[in-house]
Design a protein around this ligand. Structure first.
Ligand SMILES: Nc1ncnc2c1ncn2[C@@H]1O[C@H](COP(=O)(O)OP(=O)(O)OP(=O)(O)O)[C@@H](O)[C@H]1O
Length: 592
């Protein structure tokens, strides 16, 4: 059992004891509110901290859960245990509609959109006759379980905290899974995730819905705790407060949600008490203090407080090192590979215009299975753009790309990845706060299938072991097995590039596209890389590489395509290219 698991059990045990100890009712109530708020903030940890989608509107989902519970219990007489699921159903529907409208927005538009729908939902709830308008709904019954009333603060404490801790556990499990890695990949832009076969939009929607569901559960709990529901706790300002809790606590960390919820609740009450006495008049002065605190936290502890708490107690909270439990795991499925010499990739008059600039001008070439092809040319020749056109990252202005006999010209990059084309990037794209092994395991995404629910319930462990075994195998292949537990963000450029190759190999590709793989590598590392690439070729792998290091390309490739000003200048063997006067003039002449 890890130290963190022991702490979790100790924390849960302490919470379980509190209501039976002579703790004043006031503190039990405070803890109940902290638990309710933490459940909502937990959703924001996933949505904002992990996936990078800022929402100011979570309070509206709390409102949906609370109003559904209140109105169905008071006006229809339904069992609260039934209204929980009805509330979740309504929340999912509303969240799906909002996701469809807003989640394709980027930059500042998404947070603005969340403000817009938070206001809309708030005023809808406030103006509906059947929801009691601004007066709300009174007389919400207490929860009962097996005939026992959970009406007292002390018994309700257990309901709130069992749900809060189970939710925390589910989120911890989710983050340490295939789906979790995919969600974490959303934050750094979508290109890399899509190249690994991940539908980034689908995951954004899933996370949005999950965060809304957590908020809705909190609302349901709130309705039966307060026994009355009115619109004010579901306003935009409360939505901002939830975000504030998550950011203050540490928006990327599960326990940050709890830290933030506790700090905000406790200081809010103290400030409400003290500030009017200090200032001499009453008013919502605590909001001003919170605003100032947030500015200070964002300036000096932008990750929030939890990472600092972790560092402070590092001795008692050691980093969880992944246990190597995959030695006897079954291998992941492999795709059928093309026969040597088979036509693999056909690039036919591919063109890309950026406004008036023709970056790629009707370029044509082919790759046969088992070949290593080099794509070279001076800076700005259009090599990376050609790469992006082949791998589906950019759409073509005209032309056609066929892969294994199939026209893939119009396919998204994740669909092309699914067909067996994998790539690395000119500027390394990785998840710096995940280990090297986890980054490489992301490459196995399409070879595995466990979804969100399986991850949360920990039913994905078998598949995880298979993924890590494969990731370790690929790291061994590339000579980086010893670094598998290191944080990817700590790697120097050379090893980071190698890690990208291992990740691409983890997809089990039929064609590997490497964008300047030798850039930043030392001489020895380059030799090792060339040896690995030759070994891959010997195993039947086909490679297309963009490279600036001429020696590297000349000694490694079967054929070379030279580009200049977006146009293919010549194609031939390394010797032919080296001897070409045109190439000397256009490229080698300037390089050598
Ligand atoms: N998104 C874009 N919008 C406008 N112009 C672009 C875009 N991407 C590339 N270009 C232009 O297209 C041309 C080809 O760029 P590309 O990056 O493909 O060249 P390259 O051969 O890969 O160069 P390098 O070796 O420097 O990476 C350049 O003139 C570049 O400025």
């Amino acid at each position: 059992m890890s130290a963190r698991t022991r702490w979790f059990i100790a924390f849960a045990a302490l919470l379980a004891l509190l209501p039976v100890l002579p703790v004043p009712e006031f503190w039990i109530t405070q803890l109940n509110y902290i638990g309710l708020n933490a459940i909502v903030s937990l959703g924001l940890v996933l949505l904002t901290g992990v996936a990078g989608l800022t929402s100011f509107g979570q309070a509206a989902f709390v409102g949906i859960g609370a109003y559904t519970a209140a109105t169905l219990a008071v006006n229809v007489g339904l069992s609260p245990w039934l209204t929980l699921f009805i509330g979740l159903g309504i929340t999912v529907l509303v969240a799906l509609v909002l996701a469809a409208v807003t989640l394709r927005m980027s930059g500042h538009y998404l947070p603005l959109a969340t403000i817009a729908w938070a206001l809309s939902l708030y005023y809808t709830m406030s103006n509906m006759e059947m929801l009691g308008k601004y007066d709300g709904i009174l007389g919400v019954p207490a929860l009962t379980l097996f005939g026992t009333s959970l009406g007292s603060g002390r018994s309700y404490f257990y309901v709130i905290w069992v749900i809060a801790l189970l939710a925390a556990l589910a989120v911890i499990h989710l983050l340490d899974s295939r789906t979790g890695r995919a969600i974490r990949a959303l934050k750094g832009g979508t290109t890399m995730a899509e190249a690994m076969g991940i539908s980034t939009y689908r995951y954004k929607v899933q996370i949005f819905v999950l965060a809304a569901m957590l908020a809705s559960v909190s609302g349901w709990l709130f309705a039966h705790f307060q026994r009355t529901v009115n619109p004010s706790p579901f306003s935009l300002s409360k939505g901002i407060e939830y975000l504030f809790m998550a950011v203050l606590g540490g928006v990327g960390h599960v326990w940050g949600a709890f830290t933030g919820a506790a700090l905000v609740k406790l200081t809010e009450d103290q400030l409400k008490d003290w500030l009017p006495r200090l200032i001499g008049t009453s008013g919502n002065y605590e909001v001003i203090v919170f605003g100032l605190v947030l500015v200070v936290v964002l300036k000096y502890a932008s990750e929030g407080l939890w990472p600092h708490i972790e560092r402070l107690f590092a001795r008692f909270l050691p980093e969880k090192r992944r246990v190597r439990d995959w030695a006897d795991a079954a291998p992941l499925p492999e795709r059928s590979k093309p026969q040597p010499g088979e036509l693999l990739l056909e690039v036919d008059r591919v063109r890309k215009q950026f406004g008036g600039l023709v970056a790629v001008n009707d370029v044509t070439f082919q790759i046969r299975a088992g070949e290593i092809i080099g794509l070279i040319g001076p800076n700005g020749a259009g090599k990376s753009t050609t790469f992006n056109l082949i791998s589906g990252v950019l759409s073509k202005t005209s032309g056609r790309v066929s892969f294994r006999g199939e026209d893939v010209s119009a396919l998204a990059s994740r669909e092309i990845a699914r067909r067996g084309m994998s790539r690395t990037f000119q500027h390394v794209k990785m998840l710096p706060d995940m280990t090297v092994l986890e980054n490489v395991a992301l490459g196995g995404y399409l070879r595995s299938s466990a979804g969100m629910a399986q991850a949360m319930l920990r039913l994905d462990r078998d598949e995880e072991r298979r993924l890590f075994k494969e990731a370790e195998r690929q790291l061994e292949r590339i000579g980086m097995k010893d670094q598998m537990h290191e944080l990817a963000g700590n790697l120097a450029l050379g090893p980071a590039r190698l890690m990208e190759i291992a990740r691409a190999l983890c997809t089990d590709p039929a064609l590997l596209l490497l964008d300047e793989p030798a850039a930043g590598l030392r001489h020895k590392e380059k030799q090792a890389l060339a040896a690995v690439l030759r070994q891959l070729k010997a195993e039947g792998m086909s490679l297309l590489l963009v490279e600036h290091d001429m020696d590297f390309v000349m000694n490694l490739t079967d054929r070379i395509v030279v580009m200049e000003f977006g146009t293919k200048l010549i194609e031939g063997t390394p010797a032919e290219v080296q001897d070409s006067p045109e190439v000397r003039a256009a490229y080698l002449g300037t390089e050598h």
